[in-house]
Design a protein around this ligand. Sequence first.
Ligand code: ZN
Length: 453
Amino acid sequence: MKRSAIYTRLSKDRPEERSRADQEADCTALCRAKGFEVVAVHTDLESGYRRTARRPGYEALLRDVQAGATDAVVIWKLDRLTRQGIRQIAPLLDVLEQSGTILLSVHDPIDTSTAMGEGTLGLLASVAKQESENISVRTRRAKLHHAEKGRHKDGGPRPFGLTRDWSAVVPEEARLIRSAAERVLTGDSLRSIVLDWNRQGVVTSTGRGWSIQALRGLLLQRRLYGVRVHDGRVVAKGTWPSILDEATSRRLSAVLTDPKRRSGRPAHSYLLTGFLWCSRCGGRMRSTHPSGGKRKYTCPPKPDGCNGIAILADDAEREVGAQILIAMDSPRLRETLHDDDGGGEEFTVAIAADEMKLEELAQDWAANRITRPEWLVARDAVQARLDQSRRRLAEIAVKLPLVQEDLSGRWEDLTFDEKRQVLGVVVDSIIVMPATRGRHFFDPTRLSIKWRF
Ligand SMILES: [Zn+2]
């Protein structure tokens, strides 16, 4: 006796549909008529509005067929197999055809077990595949065309900061976006902005509270400065009003995508992590905290270091803090802190130019104007320069959050994050010398600070 698996699907939004029990009963009757034994019934209950909803029943059915656990698949109606038409079931049809599993439908003239139905499966499968390809080519082309005209993406929730039809800004939301951008660029954390927004009752365009991820995603959207992005690249000037200017947007993205930056709790649990270098081997010292012992910064073992130098963390941090306070009196540091733009403009322009260059190179290669090796060589050079500019921009794009006139004496009052920011701006690196043997108190001369100014 042939084994058969029944698949039924019910849409919550179409009450006129026959109930699942009815569908199953019809399928079972068909199996009985054909002399099949029903070995499994798979079912999905779906809502048509949630397009990404998983379909565990359909997946289980696919697994059954792949595993050879059934000889026939019985469905109520072909369009019950999938909501989005035949193209969606190409994978199943393929598997059915390969494994020689029969497909039977109660309501369609499909019975691949008969001589008449033979070949139906292959035909269906190829129609499905063709349809699927056509649709994707058609939609791709239409979408690109749409994008190149600078029109916004259709559908989706209302963009935060703009009206539903994208034709005008929502002043209050635009103000919030600008203020968040300003705060990020002056070194504030996404976390604190999110806290403030949620405290003020600011919600997303779908009415939800803000999360760090959502805010980060928002601030990285290039539509904020009025350009249309398609497949990750800018294809046109958008037809909607911009909320940020391009320079601000680029600085924001440099800061937010800086690998050194982590959202949430600071990744650097120790203040000087990343700043201390071993004087013996040049290794980057790591924070260590032996249980029962004192916190230390230590040169890591091979291959990253020589494991030969360590310094007590509390002492080192106090000393560096003290030296920063002294340095604060230096007129050159004050100048650095007051330098509003820090050359950000220059890097912004360079980044835009290099991104353009990469794009042109790719087009040259695509049009056979240059060979692939030529393209790769040129691309690597531009990419390296681009990475460098982005790193520099990320470093300087964060302005100090402090009252700049009155930094001295405030070191101890700063939060951990603020201290890290000050360090990042004023300290390039700190070389740690070996301890002098037999010396049992902290020796400040072991720290040699290389300033950025
Ligand atoms: Zn070392």
